[in-house]
Design a protein. Sequence first.
Length: 251
Amino acid sequence: MKKTPYLPLLFALLGCSAPLAADEIRVAVATNFIDVMEQLGKNFGEQSGHKVLVSSGSTGKLYAQIKNGAPFDVFLAADEERPTLLDEEGVAIADSRFTYALGKLVLWSPTADVVDETLQVLKAQNFDFLAIANPRTAPYGRAAQQVLETLGCWEAVQPRMVRGENIGQAYQYVYSRNAQLGFVAKSQIFKDDVFADGSYWQVPEYLYDPIVQQAVLLKEGTAARHLLDYLRSPAAARVIESYGYGVVAAR
């Protein structure tokens, strides 16, 4: 009977690598990072052959789904609190947690000359509606609340405030002009050193707690491990920074 050569040895002799079996990786990602993750998933898929399936939502709701057994392999949160909890509760794979991005908050209006560094629009309340993400479930919403409280505007703007379930919905309120302005993630209105049309205020980072966005592995698997390694690579860091995020030193 004719024997089949041992494939890894065959590929080594031919001077190439043995192909890896393509796997699907289910990623739960915070809404603010969805566009970036889709780009990163595409890049990773082209390099590895694996398919990245992305589901997005507020960090709080994704955390609840994971606790209830949702079949995700990787969780990219918009904070460090929930990944830490999953780690401590034994839901996540031990020693897999790391910071993949540092989020930044912006007050934005799609209309020119509405928002500037004087914040007169907030002081005079020259708007019908101000959008933020829900502070109870969305880290960017919690940051927006901290900013408004520090500025002494939180109580005054309550009658004019609309809360999105997540930062994506808050952005949609403003983008559709159902709200005249709102606190959004910088990544939603910034790409390759260019801001979207309109007017904006980049909120100084001392006005809110750092938005440390962490990732964690939920199920052991070679493909998922490779994805996390890729997210910590210099190539991924360049993509993440192009959307306006900060990054820790890539390896």
